[in-house]
Ligand binder design. Structure first.
Ligand code: PLP
Length: 432
């Protein structure tokens, strides 16, 4: 799937008033999807302005019935539910693969839903981080999500290397907030021979910057490195076109933009060129074994081709039911439609924040729609956590990052233009 975003100039001209926001909502072909979701409410029963889908997506109304179906089938069938449930549990993960693959721009054989993000990252580093004495370093973007950094550091130690020497940070320049591609090129130029792996967050959780994945992959490969991406902030937000990028592997979670519930299972991608590669080491379990002979139990391990071959365990069906519910909503809306709305919605947020004309405010996130998803990271100089508390008290659910950044993510499935308008009004009255 190509990420064909409209560029800034072709977007409608925005207006800073509620009537305009309401008119955008009235003309929004996706507006009805808001009714597919359950909104947390304040103590008077009014829905909160929920701009935190980058942290935990809202619950689709249909999720409950999808999970209840599995509980009913468990009650009715016991173990026979593996084959006789309405959606049989043995192949249950397969019901998710096609939609999930389409959301990340991969072939179905390249994607599987299993485990959680950090676990999958480790499992894929077992396969794709195979250092030698001289080629062992790992590059991550600075301000990578802490879990990714910990995982990568522990892999270095596991192989006997010191992260102080083995971990290379791709950093923004002094006084800047965003990473420049040229600086990654410079790192590869000087240290490429010693680098084994590039592990980059496709869309940085802090700044909201979306990186050029294909260019990064080609750069890494040209220096003989493996390239993996963490799509925690990309999946369901930007179509990363994974197959096209040529990346070796990717991991993501489903509870942020993918609205599948707290701690729900993650997804992973292994490029098809590795589908049958017997040279790749991996940690295995019975769910990655040939489906025809899995229950004979006495065969030597015979890996399934493609991403499925990395599965270890039979998966939690209740979590997968929630993912299935959410993916169905995405498929009904159509990802390209969502992305088009997202560009307009976040553009409107940007416009309104600029209209505040407040010298304390600085938008860290790139201005170019192709270089971001729906999130804007708004720095409020000299503010502290009290600002976030005040926003919460004013009925806005947003996210705070020390020392002075509010992250807000209007999601195209359930946020409206009026939500965005209302958020900026409330921010304005707090700042005054
Ligand atoms: C949310 C997030 C995680 C969380 O990892 P889990 O294993 O799902 O707890 C990891 N990495 C990034 C980049 C994230 O945004």
């Amino acid at each position: 799937m190509q990420d064909n975003v409209t560029t800034k100039n072709s977007i409608l001209t925005y207006q800073n008033n509620r009537e305009f926001a309401k008119a955008c909502d009235a003309n929004d072909p996706l507006a009805s999807f808001r009714n597919e979701f359950l909104f947390p409410k304040d103590k008077d029963g009014n829905p909160l302005i929920y701009l935190c889908g980058n942290s935990l997506g809202l619950q689709p109304k249909r999720t409950q019935s999808y999970i209840e179906q599995e509980l009913k089938d468990w009650a009715a069938f016991g173990v026979e539910g593996h084959t006789d449930a309405t959606h049989p549990w043995l192949p249950y993960h397969e019901f998710l693969t096609e939609s999930m693959a389409s959301l990340v721009g991969a072939k179905p054989s390249e994607v599987v839903v299993m485990n959680t993000l950090t676990t999958n990252l480790h499992l894929l580093m077992v396969s794709f981080y195979q250092p030698t004495k001289t080629k062992y370093k790992i590059v991550v973007e600075s301000d990578a999500f802490p879990s990714d950094k910990y995982a990568v550091e522990s892999q270095l130690r596991f192989h006997g290397f010191d992260p102080k020497d083995g971990l290379i940070l791709w950093k923004p320049r002094e006084g800047e907030e965003l990473c420049r591609y040229e600086d990654l090129e410079a790192i590869m130029e000087t240290e490429g021979d010693e680098i084994a792996l590039l592990m980059i967050g496709s869309t940085n959780y802090y700044s909201g910057q979306h990186f050029p994945l294909k260019k990064i992959t080609e750069l890494g490969h040209s220096h003989g490195c493996m390239v993996g991406f963490d799509l925690a902030h990309g999946a369901g937000n930007i179509a990363p076109d994974l197959h096209e990028t040529g990346a070796d592997f990717a991991v993501w979670c489903s509870y942020k933009y993918l609205n599948s519930g707290p701690g729900s299972l993650g997804g992973l991608f292994v490029h098809e060129r590795h589908a049958q590669n017997p040279e790749l080491k991996r940690f295995v379990g019975w769910w990655g074994h040939n489906k025809q002979t899995r229950f004979n139990m006495r065969h030597d391990f015979d890996p399934l081709p493609g991403a499925e071959g990395w599965q270890l365990s039979n998966p939690p069906i209740l979590s997968m039911a929630a993912i299935r519910a959410s993916l169905d909503v995405f498929m009904e809306a159509g990802f390209q439609n969502l992305r088009e709305k997202s560009v307009k919605l976040t553009g409107y947020l940007e416009f309104l924040v600029d209209e505040l004309n407040d010298p304390r405010i600085y938008i860290i996130t790139p201005r170019e729609p192709k270089e971001r998803g729906c999130q804007l990271s708004i720095q409020v100089k000299s503010a502290d956590k009290r600002l976030h508390t005040q926003l919460t008290e004013a009925g806005v659910i947003s996210d705070w990052r020390e020392p002075d950044v509010i992250r807000v993510a209007p999601t195209p499935l359930y946020n409206s233009f009026e939500d965005v308008y209302e958020f900026v009004q409330r921010l304005k009255s707090i700042l005054n």
